[in-house]
Design a binder for this molecule. Sequence first.
Ligand code: FES
Ligand code: FES
Length: 155
Amino acid sequence: MITYPEVVQLELNINDESRKVTIRTSDTLLHVIREQLGLTGIKVGCENGDCGTCTVLIDGLPIKACIMLAVEAVGHKITTIEGLKDVPIQKAFQEKMGFQCGFCTPGFIMNCHALTKLHPKASDEMIERWLQSNICRCTGYEEIKEAVKSVSAEK
Ligand code: FES
Ligand code: FES
């Protein structure tokens, strides 16, 4: 019979820092980032991969941290909203009023940042498809789209 340790110690590369954590192998990345590393920018929403409020970047790709185990992130570069420093999409969200209550905003920013990096000239259709990963209950989608387009226009 295979036995698994209850807790493991491992190192995560997060926002360009190496951080040691002691976790259960079943802990999600969302839980570890918020509870152990104290980075509370990402929010707990549905916890089943639907709402996108827990979005982080793994090696530059947007991933929902609630459906990824922390052990799966070892060896990868994790970026949270705290790791973004004055990137264009943050200013664009302010200028275009891309948020209301702000609960969904960190997740949207991470997703939109990845979009503008990976597809700087995305079509309207692509932006709409990409934004389907995130849910905003305040229905600010048009302004978010405008924010993405304004960053693309600068490139
Ligand atoms: S909390 Fe992760 S997708 Fe909703
Ligand atoms: S701004 Fe309120 S949920 Fe999106």
